[in-house]
Design a protein around this ligand. Sequence first.
Ligand code: AMP
Length: 211
Amino acid sequence: MKCIILIAAPAAGKGTISKYIEDKYNYKHISTGDLLRKEIKNNTEIGKEIKSILDKGSLVGDDIIKEVFGKEFNKTKSNIILDGIPRTLAQAKMLDELDEENDNVEISKVIHIDIDKEIAVERIENRIICENCGSVFNKKLVKDLKCTKCGDNLISRNDDNKETFLDRYDTFLKETKPLLDYYGDKVITIYNNSTLEDIFKNVDELLKGDE
Ligand code: AMP
């Protein structure tokens, strides 16, 4: 089971790129953000505990991430693309353990998606997502508030506003960006400042042979 890790600041395009890889290369997209938002939507015990943390843009504790991610990971047999995990050193070590303990699990690529902060802010202010499948849209470009993939409702995330974005961005710099040093030579950086077409071309280049 190949495992691609995406490391990126908020609004850099992890979700969009993950869906592209999922559709074209048949990887399963696991987004810890989507899993956590589902817990909140379903009003579970975990959901109640974490709602204010997501609204503030802080990180949820590693133990909760381990539980929520572990449940999803154990259901999965295909190659996976990890969107939003790891975000801390403890989570990176947890994934290394999965890699070491399971002969069939291999962290095959670590992709760093880089973006200018100003472009990310602009994107976040126009972003809407599907409540069900997590697909990402620009509110200026949609005809109605229905997902073109699954038909469910498109909503604005509570944490997609400039103030929370700036906190999330700082958290990224402090907690997550250092993981690029942790993964060292495994990291490939691509830039997402221009069109989707360009970024998808870069992704195709990286995944040549994976189809
Ligand atoms: P995302 O959808 O990846 O932007 O994540 C949305 C929010 O969910 C983050 O701002 C965090 O509050 C929380 N979150 C998602 N993934 C993680 C993680 N691996 N560790 C801690 N918190 C997370």
